[in-house]
Design a protein. Structure first.
Length: 266
């Protein structure tokens, strides 16, 4: 596992955006096959999405040969609802870049058969050739996607029941009323994410510090699903200073030394 630490969330977001673009370009240089990109929602990736939009508008990258798969979607929330993840993604990224609409994949939380929808999603990922890079964020309890504590580390896309704490955290998008947050969601599994060729997880703010420490320095455990990233061949966690504050200083020094030795371009 690599850990990238920047002073601010803005600096960390810029690093992530430029890293993603470098990977898109690197694949395009050797093959005509599309780049398959996994994407999250929530407040954490907003800075990265803003920079991806800027880079596209500046002519620095094209998304015409990119296929996307989103991590999750609420169950029963209309796609037209402003807080659906369909609406979120179009508002914050897809409507501002040149990714073909047929290349966008987001779970249908209103499908007549949710189990069949989850199975079809996994099949679609395989049909696309697997995910090249999955971008995600750390929850305050260490969850990635909606894989909350005690989710199986072998889990695949499925319907999950959201904990009260998660609904409270997400209530900021629902008039600060947790009862308006759907009780269920559809989510890619821990194994879905970790079977990607590369995983890039973001964590910003002191509220994420405990989860980051557990996922990076603690054991691999289903109580902190971020920790499964320890088993990924190419896994990177990108933190700001707040989220990194509880890490062992010796480990921080090591992470920075590795980055310096490899010569980060961002």
């Amino acid at each position: 596992m690599k850990v990238i630490i920047r002073n601010t969330a803005e600096e960390a977001s810029l690093w992530a955006a430029h890293y993603i673009v470098s990977k898109i370009k690197a694949k395009a240089a050797v093959t005509d096959e599309p780049f398959v990109l996994g994407l999250p929602t929530g407040s954490t990736p907003l800075g990265t999405y803003q920079e991806l939009r800027r880079m596209y508008e500046a002519g620095e990258v094209s998304f015409k040969n990119v296929i996307t798969f989103n991590m999750d979607e609420y169950v029963g929330l209309p796609e037209s609802h402003p807080e659906s993840y369909h609406a979120f993604m179009h508002r914050n990224l897809f409507d501002h870049i040149d990714v073909p609409r047929e290349n966008i994949h987001i779970l249908n939380g209103n499908a007549p058969d949710l189990e069949a929808e989850c199975e079809a999603y996994e099949e679609a990922i395989l049909d696309a050739g697997g995910i090249d890079l999955f971008l995600g964020g750390i929850g305050e309890d260490g969850h990635i996607a909606f894989n909350e504590p005690f989710s199986s580390l072998q889990s695949r896309t499925r319907v999950v029941t959201l904990t009260h704490d998660t609904r409270v955290v997400n209530s900021r998008f629902f008039d600060n009323d947790w009862t308006k947050v759907p009780a269920q969601a559809m989510s890619v599994g821990v194994a879905t994410v970790c079977n990607s060729r590369e995983v890039l997880i973001l964590g910003f703010g002191e509220k994420k510090a405990r989860a980051a420490r557990g996922g990076i320095e603690g054991p691999v455990t289903h109580t902190n699903t971020l920790s499964a990233l320890q088993l990924v061949e190419y896994g990177t966690v990108v933190l700001d200073a707040g989220a990194a504050k509880d890490l062992d200083p010796a480990n921080v020094a090591y992470f920075k030394a590795v980055e310096e030795a490899e010569g980060s371009a961002f």
